[in-house]
Ligand binder design. Structure first.
Ligand code: AMP
Ligand code: MG
Length: 351
């Protein structure tokens, strides 16, 4: 056989058999790296795509440390930066705000104003009175109505906090800050920024069903489950690029007393757990806004959520009311895929 012919046969074999195998090899060079750790009192699932295992492991360790620091810094009652801010507010003096807390105060003021006070991180005393500042609320009677009325009369409001650069003073000594409604979202935003600094552009950080996803998973979108309040999966939504999905629900943290369930999302107008909604999902770019909006729109409920969504600049909303009816923006309806048979659906008009 002449040399030229052997060469041709070899080239043919190379392109037919070896080249595809080598290309496949390139694609699986960096398989998805998945890990989980505890943060903000919940399990965080982290998936990283497109970098080697060592880099992904190092990034995961860095994020775990970030979250541990944030949890300590933003805990409303434990000793720490936010705990100190709350003690100083109660004293009525001027003081300088620790840098770890300042951005949360600014964002908290913005969300409170946009939501007309339905999102109100200044109601820390009320949250504390209900016992929802702990991770595991116990079986107990709800607080006495008299105590709730007294706290409502003091009308704690984010506008009571006067910021002058980094100096803060409160005109209302009853203000106590609780960032439980958007701290996790803001923390996820910081963690995503950290991942990007480390050269990671395809990842998902999922903290107990609340998440932000960047990039994609090998060219395919991330598939996200939206939980049914009674358990199981209600719907699937695909996300890619840079999107956050946050849900507030009555099942997340609650206690039962004499057959009645009391959950942790408090309507600042009544001082009692917000009525009318079972769960509310928001899809938005940044996680802090998605988190705050899910809580705010949950409080607004089936009759008023559209007004608050418009004020907060939210386009994608899914609300399940207490009769099981789903209320959605048309933009959200175009993206969700229900698992079982389609539920009763109401689409909002202006959004
Ligand atoms: P989420 O699970 O994001 O809806 O947040 C609920 C948490 O936010 C509660 O555990 C409280 O710490 C806090 N919270 C409850 N009601 C409100 C409210 N109306 N505005 C702001 N934060 C709230
Ligand atoms: Mg929230």
């Amino acid at each position: 056989m002449d040399v030229g012919r052997v060469n041709t046969i070899f080239k043919l074999w190379f392109w037919v058999l070896l080249a595809p195998l080598m290309l496949m090899g390139c694609q699986v060079e960096h398989p998805a790296y998945n890990t989980r750790f505890m943060a903000f009192g919940t399990l965080v699932d982290l998936s990283i795509i497109g970098v080697d295992r060592d880099s992904a492991q190092e990034a995961a360790r860095a994020l775990e440390q970030d979250f541990a620091f944030m949890h300590q810094a933003w805990h409303a009652w434990d000793p720490g930066p936010l705990g100190r801010v709350n003690r100083l507010i109660a004293k009525g003096e001027d003081f300088s705000v620790p840098p770890s807390v300042l951005p949360l105060i600014r964002l908290g003021k913005l969300y409170a104003e946009q939501s007309g006070g339905l999102f109100n991180p200044a109601i820390g005393r009320l949250i504390n009175l209900w016992g929802f500042h702990t991770d595991a609320p116990e079986y107990r009677p709800p607080p006495p109505p008299e105590a709730i009325r007294t706290l409502l009369k003091s009308s704690p409001d984010m506008a009571d906090l006067e910021l002058d650069g980094i100096m803060l003073r409160s005109t209302n000594l009853e203000v106590q800050l609780d960032f439980g409604g958007f701290g996790k979202g803001y923390g996820i935003d910081l963690a995503i920024a950290h991942l990007r600094e480390m050269g990671i552009h395809n990842a998902i950080i999922n903290a107990g069903g609340d998440l932000r996803a960047i990039g994609d998973r090998g060219g395919r979108p991330w598939r996200i489950a939206i939980r049914r309040p009674s358990g199981g999966v209600l719907a699937i939504i695909e996300v890619s690029g840079d999107e956050s999905v946050f849900t507030s629900g009555d099942y997340e943290r609650n206690f039962v007393y004499e057959g009645k369930t009391y959950h942790h999302i408090i309507d600042p107008r009544t001082g009692y757990p917000a009525q009318g909604s079972r769960s509310l999902t928001v899809l938005h770019t940044d996680a802090a806004t998605a988190d705050a909006a899910a809580t705010a729109l949950y409080v607004a409920g089936p009759n008023d959520w559209i007004t608050v969504a418009l004020a907060m600049g939210i386009k994608y909303v899914l609300l399940m009311d207490d009769t099981g009816t789903i209320h959605m923006t048309p933009a959200m309806a175009r993206r969700v895929e229900f698992m079982d048979q389609e539920p009763d659906i109401k689409l909002s008009e202006p959004l």
